[in-house]
Ligand binder design. Structure first.
Ligand SMILES: [Zn+2]
Ligand SMILES: [Zn+2]
Length: 287
């Protein structure tokens, strides 16, 4: 399987608008890989786009992706769906204001997530219904497992109370990739579906040192209920025996540059920090 990380940033992109910190200033000067857009990935095998951050149009334009047939969303937080209008832009025929029929995107979502997404509204009513009517997308809800071409997808819900986020497991030809960018605590590590992946794409969790203004997270900070610490994430990755780990959803407020992450990688086996445009071929040896 071939993956691209189109955006390696988190809910605040790098450079963060207006910010003059060391990390954002450097990113503004140097661009990618110091610059990081919102979280999105692409599975080349079946042209599956995962998530649509605000920067998705730009991310697609700088990649050489020519076709998107399937779209999946991990959850409905703005940093993952703000750019959803890309579906309209990719498919619309302005002569008719309908989609070119061959360009209709298949929205493949866990049933419960699709039901929630149908409630997201625009001036034209439900966004999903409007897009269906215009032929921009068709909905393909599924329960725990589905096949997209030759790729098997398993959806694992992470219940956050008011919303559910999903971890997706992609499998093909005996290779397994787990995609877990955001809102992954409690991680379903007892589920065999996530165990022994060739690649685990996961957010690094919370860094407790080196933060801006010398900030120290108090023991009872709300972020601790939604995020593991970085050390806990590394330990989790080892417990599920991930052969390779790629950290994604890298937040501006971790206050670490591309160079800082490179230095951190040197002390970690088989763990790397993603950058925008990173591509990865997953084979049985986890390469
Ligand atoms: Zn900054
Ligand atoms: Zn997120």
């Amino acid at each position: 399987m071939d993956f691209s990380i189109l955006g390696s940033g988190g809910c605040a992109v790098i450079p963060k608008p207006l910010c003059r910190c060391r990390i954002c200033t450097e990113a503004r000067q140097k661009g990618v890989p110091f610059e990081r857009g919102g979280p999105a990935a692409f599975v080349h095998d079946e042209n599956i786009l995962i998530d649509t951050p605000a920067e998705i149009s730009r991310q697609l334009n700088r990649s050489d992706i020519r076709d998107i047939t399937h779209l999946m969303l991990t959850h409905l937080d703005p940093d993952h769906i703000e750019g959803f209008r890309v579906v309209e832009q990719m498919t619309i025929d302005f002569r008719t204001w309908q989609a070119f029929p061959e360009k209709t995107v298949r929205l493949v979502l866990p049933r419960q997530l699709l039901e929630s997404f149908r409630k997201v509204s625009t001036a034209y009513g439900s966004l999903v219904s409007f897009y269906e009517k215009s032929g921009f997308l068709c909905c393909e809800p599924f329960d725990r497992k589905t096949m997209i071409g030759d790729v098997q997808v398993t959806a694992l819900p992470v219940d956050r109370g008011d919303q559910v986020a999903y971890i997706y497991v992609f499998e093909k030809n005996g290779c397994k990739a787990v995609y877990a960018p955001c809102d992954i605590k409690p991680f379903p590590e007892q589920d065999p579906a996530v165990q022994n992946p060739d690649v685990l794409f996961i957010q690094p969790g919370l860094f407790e040192t080196g933060l801006r203004h010398g900030y120290v997270y108090p023991d009872d900070h709300i972020s601790r209920t939604t995020l593991y610490t970085f050390e806990q994430t590394v330990a989790l990755s080892r417990r599920i025996q991930a052969k390779q780990v790629v950290f994604i959803h890298l937040e501006e407020y971790w206050h670490r540059s591309f160079t800082d992450y490179r230095a951190l990688e040197a002390n970690l086996d088989n763990m790397v920090f993603a950058w925008d445009g990173m591509t990865l071929t997953i084979n049985k040896r986890g390469k």
